[in-house]
Design a protein around this ligand. Structure first.
Ligand code: SF4
Length: 209
């Protein structure tokens, strides 16, 4: 019988979701190691490293221990880029255990099934999006980097359903990025997109993981 894959994990912890439309919701995070991109604004560079090997069973056991202390139904798979690894067995196990699953992805890899919330966050310079994501995205989240232009934001939103919420996220809550985000928000609103918002990284403001 084939052995389930060993996943490289950077950390597993409970906190509040600090970003996007699920902001403020108690969540258990599984941060997988490795990323295929090297964004200059990356704030999870430690997760580029190798990480520690764990089976899906070991990860779920650790999640259950955290859940005993913070009984939230929500798990977030993040990274790094979580979909560089074979997370299928883990997702099935988490669903069987009754959890709801959010995936935060840079969208370069094909989608996987079994998730309940898909945070699609393409990154510069190419903003590459696998064609499976636009119909699945629960939210499109863009970091307001120095290079992000209104034209780029509008072109990206056009790849998704008009109803897909757009979250503009200032780079590390910096003032220049926040001001730029306000301008971008107005530009996108003018195109008639109904759901556009600016959202700071809450966890960095209230100093939680
Ligand atoms: S895609 Fe995400 S994890 Fe990867 S380098 Fe960019 S910001 Fe960091």
């Amino acid at each position: 019988m084939p052995q389930p894959p060993i996943l490289k994990i950077h950390e597993i912890f409970s906190s509040l979701q600090g970003e996007g439309l699920r902001q403020g919701a108690p969540t258990i995070f599984i941060r997988l190691s490795g990323c295929n991109l090297r964004c200059e604004f990356c704030d999870t560079r430690d997760a580029w490293e190798e990480g520690k090997g764990k089976s899906a069973c070991q990860i779920i056991e650790q999640v259950k221990l955290l859940h005993a202390d913070m009984p939230t139904p929500w798990i977030c798979l993040t990274g790094g880029e979580p979909l560089l690894q074979d997370v299928g067995v883990l997702l099935i196990g988490l669903k069987e255990a009754g959890f709801m699953i959010q995936i935060e992805t840079n969208a370069t890899q094909p989608p996987v099934s079994h998730a309940d919330w898909h945070t699609v966050s393409p990154k510069p310079p190419a903003y590459r999006i696998h064609p499976g994501w636009p119909s699945l995205a629960s939210e499109l989240k863009l970091v307001i980097s120095k290079d992000l232009t209104a034209e780029r934001v509008i072109r990206l939103t056009e790849a998704f359903s008009p109803e897909t919420p757009l979250v503009l996220q200032p780079q590390s809550n910096q003032k220049w990025s926040l001001q730029k985000g306000l301008q971008l928000l107005h530009e996108v609103l003018k195109t008639g997109k109904p759901d556009v918002r600016l959202a700071l990284q809450m966890h960095k403001i209230i100093h939680i993981p």
